[in-house]
Ligand binder design. Structure first.
Ligand code: NAP
Length: 303
């Protein structure tokens, strides 16, 4: 079990922010703060499709310096991640572990059982962050909200029992979050969304800021679809960096933590090394106005 007052990973209200803790970034932007004061690294490791070779890629990510691992029941790799962490010798409290409940497991009891199974596979008795992966299993399910509310009640119970340090959502848009907030006792602290240059979901981002829910970017590189984009390369060349670094730095300057995935140690290191330059306001503006590109095609209200 984690220590709730562990100052290494939890910022007490008022310590960093004079007006209490608000979701946002610290001065260096190397870490972000959730509304309950939990600190998360600005760059985490995305593990989807990262365990084709067993534990090696996760071991490489830990060696490269990643201390945030994003996984999910759906990725079917929690056992490999648990094994890699156990073999690493790195103390559990130094690693920020996030997993997610899949929408077929929505509902109170299913969510509790899924959480327990994720912990078992990850060889841990707590998670740092637990998310509802998608709001709906079936886009046309009229009962989706009841199921999400029941799952959220389970997440609240896990949080209050000290089994998870922070709770949140993934792929929830404002019209999914608003009705949930009507019954939630504990507000979601984070919403993991597809966010990258060419798909910034500005309406959702503005809503999350207004609600003090920290956005986090999945597929921050557009799952490699943006790495050869000429408009992005044009700006990357100005800074003498790769498209990948520019894309990650852009999100960092927008106040958004990222979880890029890579199977190569060299690229893992490159993705961590985004703090040595600053994108100018004009280039931030240019990147922000690029038309839509790189979208996965995944949408919470569509099949
Ligand atoms: N909540 C959700 O619904 C959801 C959905 C999708 C993903 N996610 C999470 O977000 C994480 C990241 O998203 P993603 O895996 O879809 O895509 P991504 O991180 O945007 O892109 C990964 C791709 O980019 C390549 N790459 C990574 N770094 C690179 C670099 N520096 N230079 C060149 N190529 C590079 C990787 O190739 P190599 O592996 O060959 O390096 C891979 O093909 C996932 O792993 C998962 O944890 C969450």
């Amino acid at each position: 079990m984690f220590e709730k007052n562990d100052l290494c990973q939890t910022v007490k209200r008022g310590v960093r922010g004079t007006a209490g803790t608000a979701a946002g970034c610290t001065d260096t932007k190397k870490e972000f703060i959730l509304p309950n004061g939990t600190v998360i690294p600005a760059v985490g490791f995305g593990s989807y499709l990262a365990t084709k070779n067993g534990t090696q890629t996760i071991t490489d990510a830990l060696d490269a310096g990643y201390r945030y691992i994003d996984t999910a029941k759906f990725y079917e790799n929690e056992a490999e991640i648990g094994e890699a962490i156990a073999q690493s010798g790195i103390p559990r409290r130094e690693i920020f572990l996030c997993s997610k409940v899949w929408p077929t497991d929505l509902g109170r009891e299913n969510t509790l059982a899924s959480f327990a199974e994720s912990c078992r596979k990850l060889q841990t008795d707590y998670l740092d962050l637990y998310l509802i992966h998608w709001p709906k299993n079936d886009a046309h399910d009229p009962a989706w909200l009841e199921k999400v509310q029941a799952s959220w009640a389970a997440m609240e119970a896990l949080y209050e029992q000290g089994k998870v340090r922070a709770i949140g959502l993934s792929n929830f848009l404002p019209h999914h979050i608003r009705p949930l907030l009507e019954t939630a006792r504990i507000r979601p602290m984070i919403d993991q969304l597809e966010l990258h240059v060419g798909y910034m979901q500005e309406y959702a981002l503005a809503y999350l800021r207004e609600q003090d829910i920290l956005p986090q970017a999945w597929s921050p590189l557009g799952r490699a679809r943006l790495l050869c984009d000429p408009d992005i390369s044009l700006i990357a060349e100005k800074y003498g960096c790769s498209n990948a670094k520019l894309l990650l730095r852009y999100l960092n300057q927008r106040g958004i933590p990222v979880i890029p995935k890579s199977s190569s140690k060299e690229r893992m290191l490159e993705n961590l090394d985004i703090f040595g330059f600053t994108i100018s306001a004009d280039d931030m503006s240019y990147l922000s106005r690029l038309n839509e590109r790189g979208w996965s095609g995944e949408h919470p209200d569509a099949e």
